[in-house]
Design a protein around this ligand. Structure first.
Ligand code: TRP
Length: 334
């Protein structure tokens, strides 16, 4: 049954790809590709809510795609990989969504509150209506399942509410999506600030984030320099965020459970523990990085894949959009 279900997820290409993107999301996207019809895209339209440098955006977009392709998500078979801005149905349905979502609902989004306090000089309308575009992304493809991290859960809830509202008014137009629960991916925190998500913008410290662009030695060294605590037991616990994060990283690359890892490392010192985590990460990343580096050199390959992806995505997206426009009472285009 699951093979007929559609799973959808987008990622913002707003920085260099990190270990957090890989272990927190893409590694599982690749696994899910075996079981579901998958729609994956870079959410380039979404990045505009925060000012972007055009050259960086272009570079980051290709890098994010290179990582997806390196993982085998490549438009062969039933998966579709593309760039959101290449399918204009996203912007079109987003407008409709804007008109069926209440300002009060958008004002309640915690991400809006967070981001508007962080970017006070640029509280643009897109920052507020961002969930409407995300709802459009999901609803265009009749996605059944959306794997989301904690930070996107509220946006998915809103998508469900708006889809139901629309269906109640116009009949069954949209598939109401569900959050994909199951192993969504590890929540990878910063190596220097393990109470916050691993993310470049959160910290100026280069050792906080592992980038896929880092070389293997750099990656190992960053892990060996990760903050721990003054205790000396290797256990996941709320008051041990550094050790917990390293255990989660170790488990994400090895597929082991935290309990198994804790047993394996019982009695070991922090230095040796970090060495073992570094080794496991390096072993997992080495072949992936080789592919990633190779794909990144071939811009034409990447650009051709997403061209094909956009064509396939468009077929599905415009079918849904056409149905919506008809229900709304727009004149048919004959
Ligand atoms: N808003 C998501 C993020 O910042 C990215 C995103 C855009 C997305 N559209 C989506 C995620 C649709 C899931 C489904 O991470």
């Amino acid at each position: 049954m699951s093979e007929n279900k559609t799973i959808l997820s987008f990622v913002q290409p707003s920085g260099d790809p990190t270990l957090g993107n890989y272990l927190g999301a893409f590694k599982n996207w690749a696994k899910m590709a075996k079981e579901y019809n998958c729609i994956y895209a870079i959410a380039d339209l979404h990045t505009l809510t925060v000012r972007q440098n055009p050259a960086d955006l272009r570079k980051n977009s290709r890098q994010m795609l290179a990582l997806l392709l390196a993982l085998g998500l490549d438009n062969e078979g039933k998966n579709i990989v593309f760039a959101q801005s290449h399918v204009s149905a996203h912007a079109e349905l987003a407008w409709v969504m804007n008109c069926y979502t209440y300002i009060g609902e958008l004002n309640r989004m915690t991400q809006f509150k967070d981001k508007s306090s962080k970017h006070q000089a640029n509280i643009n309308a897109g920052l507020l209506t961002y969930p409407c575009l995300m709802a459009a992304d999901i609803l265009l493809y009749k996605a059944d399942l959306v794997p989301v991290g904690e930070d996107q859960r509220q946006h998915l809830e809103l998508t469900r509410d708006v889809a139901e509202r629309f269906n109640n008014l116009y009949g069954d137009v949209f598939t109401v999506p569900e959050a994909y629960i199951g192993k969504v991916g590890a929540r990878i925190m910063g190596l220097q600030e393990p109470t916050r998500k691993m993310s470049k913008s959160e910290s100026a410290n280069a050792n906080n984030v592992i980038f896929l662009n880092d070389d293997i030695n750099q990656i190992a060294n960053k892990i060996k320099r990760a903050v721990t605590d003054s205790d000396n037991t290797i256990k996941a616990a709320e008051d041990k965020p550094g050790i917990t994060n390293l255990l989660n990283i170790y488990c994400a690359v090895t597929g082991k459970t935290v309990e198994e890892a804790e047993k394996e490392f019982a009695g070991m010192g922090y230095g040796a523990f970090k060495g073992a985590v570094a080794e496991a990460v390096v072993e997992d990343l080495r072949p992936l990085k080789a592919k990633y580096d190779e794909i990144l050199k071939d811009k034409t390959y990447i650009d051709n894949i997403i061209k094909d992806g956009a064509e396939r995505a468009s077929k599905i997206a415009y079918r849904t959009l056409g149905k919506v426009y008809k229900k709304l009472g727009f004149l048919p285009r004959t």
